[in-house]
Design a protein around this ligand. Structure first.
Ligand SMILES: Cc1cc2nc3c(=O)[nH]c(=O)nc-3n(C[C@H](O)[C@H](O)[C@H](O)COP(=O)(O)O)c2cc1C
Length: 199
């Protein structure tokens, strides 16, 4: 599968964790990385270009730091503009059907903070529900997220290990060594139009 990584970090020059993740997958064959803020500093997203990119890849990764329990703003703008009615969903909107979507995020909070009774009360997957349901509406498969918790507090070795695990996941999915359907998000049921409708 061809992999498209949509990278969204408004302060990428100061990034530590996302930078390590990005460097781990840089230059890989059949892995396209798009730095959304670098391409669209004024958020003036080229809808046609982004839709064409989606059509050229089967596996879409949304890579970003967790900002206010969600993504940085440009990913919302990207969804609002690119995932058009009649294209991504709705009558005749089957262009994304059969593709795969996965979030790859870093958080400031530790894993123990992201659970019932913890400081953030919910786990990361619950905060990502809008992406889960967006994938469902677009007849895509939504995978369990790749999460680096409290990455800035990791030792250099632990951060390097997390980045290497990310690279392994991306290359495994690309090469078919990892079955994406075996890594669906918890509780995710494949949408009825997932199979066979991609155009
Ligand atoms: C505006 C802003 C909002 C943030 N919101 C959250 C949040 O909701 N949950 C969280 O765990 N961390 C939050 N963080 C921390 C970042 O997720 C964390 O610093 C980042 O993932 C580290 O990656 P980086 O080194 O690539 O920036 C926030 C940081 C900023 C600047």
């Amino acid at each position: 599968m061809n992999v498209l990584v949509l990278f969204a970090h408004p302060r990428s020059r100061t990034s530590v964790v996302q930078r390590a993740m990005l460097q781990a997958i840089a230059g890989l064959e059949r892995v396209t990385i798009v730095d959304l803020y670098a391409e669209y500093p004024s958020l003036d997203i080229d809808v046609g270009r982004e839709q064409q990119r989606l059509l050229e890849h089967e596996f879409i990764v949304l890579q970003h730091p967790f900002y206010w329990y969600s993504s940085p703003a440009i990913l919302k703008e990207w969804q609002d503009l690119v995932l058009e009615n009649g294209w991504a969903y709705g009558p005749g909107g089957t262009r994304l059907a059969g593709r795969f979507l996965m979030s790859a995020v870093s958080t400031g909070g530790s894993e123990t903070a992201y659970r019932e009774g913890g400081r953030n009360r919910f786990d990361v997957s619950e905060f990502l529900r809008p992406f889960d349901q967006t994938a469902h509406l677009c007849s895509m498969a939504y995978l369990a997220p790749f999460v680096v918790h409290a990455g800035r507090r990791l030792s250099p070795e632990a951060l390097a290990a997390a980045a290497a695990a990310y690279r392994e996941l991306i290359t495994g999915l690309r090469d078919g060594a990892i079955d994406p359907l075996a890594r669906l998000a918890e509780g995710y049921t494949l949408p009825p139009r997932f199979a066979g409708e991609r155009r």
